[in-house]
Design a protein around this ligand. Structure first.
Ligand code: 5GP
Ligand code: MG
Ligand code: MG
Length: 188
């Protein structure tokens, strides 16, 4: 019997595993210098940013805390819009903390625009963003991304935490799927 391999569903690799991790480690070095003595709180939104959080935080050796949040946004189509609700909240009080949001991708910016506002309402001392990927062509909401990994074209990507129908999060690079995957339905 042939074993299904998710690599077979890839049309084009946009960012290799090595290039991705080299860049994440570089940014983590710069962030470590900027946050020295500040004991930052790194926050990732599940599930997409879980992978980048691991690589990014392990490349930092300054004292820091890590927390996660699960959000859901209801809206139409493939774009996030509408009301954001907190599905699983942080366990950390952010008041007075220097917060760095670790994000997988900034698309319209809707989610991050809301999250930065929410963390400021909770009294964070500062809120900055590291986004592994950014799609500048799609930006609709204002977000200041202080640290970024890569800018990518307006294509739907998967891998390194990013999913299509909950699959492909375990792909270790950033890639575009074959059109047949979307036509035939979920990864099977
Ligand atoms: P935004 O609120 O910026 O429009 O959307 C952010 C979220 O949408 C990301 O955290 C991610 O979960 C999802 N998203 C946006 N673009 C892509 C993409 O190209 N691929 C995948 N898999 N998810 C995306
Ligand atoms: Mg995300
Ligand atoms: Mg998703």
């Amino acid at each position: 019997m042939q074993i299904k391999d998710i690599q077979d569903d890839i049309d084009e690799e946009l960012i290799s595993h090595d290039a991705l991790e080299r860049r994440i480690v570089d940014v983590a070095g710069a962030v470590s210098r900027d946050y020295e003595g500040k004991n930052p709180l790194l926050i990732a939104v599940l599930k997409g940013a879980a992978n980048v959080m691991v690589t990014f935080s392990q490349a930092m050796s300054i004292p820091l805390e890590i927390d996660y949040m699960s959000l859901s946004s209801y809206g139409s189509g493939t774009e996030s819009s509408g009301k954001i609700t907190v599905r699983e909240d942080l366990t950390t009080d952010v008041a007075g903390r220097h917060v760095l949001i670790v994000e997988d991708i900034v698309d319209s910016g809707y989610t991050l625009n809301w999250l930065v506002g929410e963390l400021n309402r909770r009294g964070a001392a500062s809120v900055e963003i590291f986004a592994m990927l950014e799609k500048p062509a799609r930006r609709k909401y204002h977000v200041d991304v202080k640290y970024r990994g890569f800018e990518i074209p307006d294509k739907f990507v998967v891998g390194y935490g990013l999913d299509y129908n909950e699959y492909y999060r375990n792909l270790n690079s950033i890639a575009v799927l074959k059109p047949s995957v979307y036509i035939e339905g979920e990864c099977a």
